[in-house]
Design a binder for this molecule. Sequence first.
Ligand code: ADP
Length: 442
Amino acid sequence: MKVKTRQNRITRRQQFQLFLSIMATFAILFLTLGIIIFNLFQSSTYRSIDSDIKSQVASVKKQPTLQKKTQDGPHGPDTSNEKNNRQPDPQAPFQASILVFSSSGKLLNKTSLGNRYSVLKHIKLNKKNINKKQTLTIKKMSFRALLIKVSKTNNNPMYAGNYVLIMQNIDTQIQAVNNFQKILIITFFIFWIIALILSYVLTRISMFPIIKSWKQQSEFVNDAAHELRTPLTIIQGKLEYMLTKPHKTIIDEAESISVSLDEVNRLNSLTNNLLILARSDQATTKMDYKITTPEFFLKDPIMPFKEIINSQNKVFQVNIHHKNDVKLNVDRDKIKQVLIILLDNATKYTPENGTIRIYDYIDGSKYQIIVSDTGIGISDTDKKKIFGRFYRVDKSRNHNSGGHGLGLAIAQQIINNHHGKIFVRSNLPTGSEFIFELPIKH
Ligand code: ADP
C-alpha cells in the first residue's frame, strides 16, 4: 500500500513537471509569436507613416517654381508672405504639418498652421535631430517627425535656406497599435489557457501508457522479488538446519537436501520464465517466423503429454483435423511452448479420471487450437485475471504444484507477437477450455 502511494506521488510529480514544461513552452511560443506579430504590425504602421513623410520631404525639396497666387492650406507655408504662395502637395497626407524654422529657431509659418498653432508652437528647433526620424509628443498628441535643412537654391523662398520640420500626427496609428496590442494580449491569453487545458489533457493521455507500463514494470519486479524470496528462504532454512547437524550423513538429511533441490529447480524455472518475459518486454526476443502447417508444432508437445497424462490415470484425446491443410506464419518453437503451457496446466488442474482434449477449428481466417479439460474450472472473475503475471487462483496449492503464475502470461505474450488471440472459456459441465487462434496465411 505504501509502495503504491509512493508510486502515485512520483507519477503525479512527473505529470506535474511535464505539464509545467508544456505550459512554459506554450508561454514562450505565444510570447515570441505575439512579440513578432506586434513588432511587424508596429513597424509596418510606422513604415507607412515614414514613407508619407519621405514623400513630403521630396515634395519640399523639389518645390515647383513660383506660380500664381493660390489659397494655401493649413499644411502650406505662411500665406502672409506673397512670395510664399505655392501649390499644396496633392500627395500630402491629411494629418501632415510642416513647420518652417529660420536658422535662429524662429517659426516662420505660424499663420498657415491655423488652429494647430496653439499645439505646435511648443516645438522648438533642435538642429541635432536633423535628418533623424523622431517621435514627438506634444500636449498628449503624438507626431512622427523629420527635420531637414532645405538648400538655399530651393525654388520656394519660404523653405530656401531654412529648417523644415515635417510632422505627421500619429494618434490614430498609436491608437490602432494600442488596440492591436490589447487584442493580441487578450487573444493570446485566451489561446494560452486553451493550450494549457489541451496540454493537460494531452499530458494525461500521453502519460497514461507510460504510467501503465511503468506501474506494470515495478509491480513485476516486486512480484518477482517476492517469488524469489520464498524458495530462497526455504533453502536458507534447510542449509542452516543442516549446519547445526555437522555429524549427520547425507542419507540422514536426504529430505532437507531434496526439498532444497526442489526449490532450486523452482528457482531455475522461475528465473527462466522471468527472463522470457523481460526479453519479450524489451522486444529483444528474436522470432523465427516460418510458413508452416500445424503438424510441425503439434507433434512434439503432444507425444510426451500422452504418456504423462495416461500415467496419471487421465484420458487424453487428440482431435486435430487440419494439421496439414492450413498454412500459418509462426515461430514453431514458441507455439510449442504455448502448447506445453496449456497442456501442462490442463494436466495439473485436472483430477484423476478426468479428460484432457486437444482439437482444432477453423473460424473464418483464423485457425484455432483448443486445449480443454474436465478439471477444477475457473471462475468468471479469475478468467479475466489468469493471463496476468504472477496471478494464481489458489496460491497455496500452486506453490506445491510448482506454478508461479507466469505460464499463461508467457503464452499470451507469444500469441500477441503472432497477432493472434488467446482466451479461456468454461468447458461444460466442468473444466476449462483454452483457445488460441492464429491468422491463416493464404
Ligand atoms: P501456473 O504456473 O501457476 O499454472 P499459469 O499462468 O499457467 O501459472 O496459470 C495461472 C493460474 O490460472 C493458475 O495458477 C491456475 O490457478 C489457473 N489455471 C490455469 N490453467 C488452468 C486450468 N486448465 N484449469 C484450472 N485453472 C487453471
